[in-house]
Ligand binder design. Structure first.
Ligand code: GAL
Length: 336
């Protein structure tokens, strides 16, 4: 494992930013302190980049798709951009009016993070002030990326606040294991260890009900290609996937993606209770690294507390108590 660092100038931000590459025999993974994001994952034997994204740092600064970024303070949506904590109502930025999405107008994906390199890890840190985007508490956040020689990329999320608050940090990588330059992920074989998705209303806000997905086209409990899943049943018609799966907690690996074309497999393990499975319906022909991205150009698997969970007491709660340590992780293991 070795780590290289270089700086790039953002004309838009008028700032030097860092690109840091973690490399072992098979993988070369580049990160940036802009958004504490992953910009590329190159699988060296096949020489393909399996991550969607942009070509220049300013293209990242100018986009709103959250490519590879750390999402915070709260991943996904909070209904009506408000929540109650300790009997007080907080109104947060309604950046997807009337709802709140991915941390607000300028979420953690749009922040320049500090960083340090320690041994085989890069640790990004960001201080979010009390009431930033409407959230209570001064919050110290850290995201630590570690690559090992077994092709595991471990992403660890740490946070601490001086007041009770809510936190739901994740990573928003878009994967295409055929290669970023390839059109569709419908041949990918997916497994998600789940029996239920959270039911959503027309604005994608969980209602609090769970939907049993067994034998519907959301069912990935056994490995199946996206193509096969879409043809599976007509009880629920999925045009695309943008749904939150509640994880069963009896498996070490919670989800996986495999491309029979390249033989690359990605296994995901996490401490979070849910995974947002999203195939990119908001990409809208985005001009990416080598091609235009659309629905089914990629797969995002974003571990997290359920969207809107702070407003649904039956769901696992994303509450971080004053001075307590927040710790969650995502482990991506590549088999090549
Ligand atoms: C996903 C979310 C989608 C969309 C996307 C960003 O995490 O589930 O609904 O908001 O991020 O474009």
């Amino acid at each position: 494992m070795n780590i290289r660092e270089k700086s790039v100038f953002s004309k838009v931000l008028e700032k030097e930013l860092a690109l840091i590459t973690l490399e072992n025999e098979s993988l070369s993974i580049t990160l940036s302190n802009y958004g504490a994001m992953i910009t590329s994952i190159i699988v060296k034997p096949q020489n393909i980049d399996v991550l969607l994204g942009c070509n220049t740092i300013d293209e990242y600064v100018n986009q709103d798709k959250y490519f590879g970024a750390t999402i915070g303070r709260y991943a996904n949506r909070i209904g009506n951009a408000s929540f109650k904590l300790n009997n007080k109502i907080y109104n947060i930025s309604p950046n997807e009016s009337p709802n709140h999405l991915h941390g607000g107008n300028k979420g953690f994906d749009k922040k320049v993070w500090n960083y340090k390199i320690i041994d085989d890890s890069v640790i990004f840190s960001y201080f979010s002030e009390d009431m930033e985007e409407g959230y209570p508490g001064n919050l110290n956040t850290k995201v630590k990326y570690t690559l090992n020689d077994s092709n595991e990329l471990l992403v660890e999320f740490y946070a601490k606040s001086d007041e009770d608050t809510i936190v739901n940090l994740t990573n928003h990588s878009y994967f295409n294991l055929n290669g970023e330059n390839s059109n569709s992920v419908k041949n990918h074989i997916v497994r998600i260890n789940s029996d239920f998705i959270t039911e959503i209303d027309e604005k994608n806000i969980p209602t609090g009900n769970l939907t049993n997905i067994l034998n519907t086209n959301f069912d990935f409990k056994e490995e199946r290609s996206i193509e096969d899943a879409l043809n599976l049943s007509e009880t629920i018609i999925a045009k695309d996937y943008d749904h939150n799966y509640v994880l069963l907690d009896n498996k070490e690996v919670n989800a996986s993606i495999f491309s029979p074309l390249t033989n690359i497999k990605l296994e995901l393990s996490t401490s979070y209770p849910c995974i947002q499975f999203y195939t990119g319906s908001f990409l809208n022909n985005f001009k990416g690294k080598t091609r235009n991205y659309n629905n089914f150009s990629s797969i995002c698997m974003e571990p997290q507390f359920a969207p809107n969970s702070i407003n649904i007491p039956e769901f696992k709660q994303p509450i971080l108590k004053k001075e307590e340590e927040y710790y969650e992780f995502i482990k991506y293991k590549f088999s090549i």
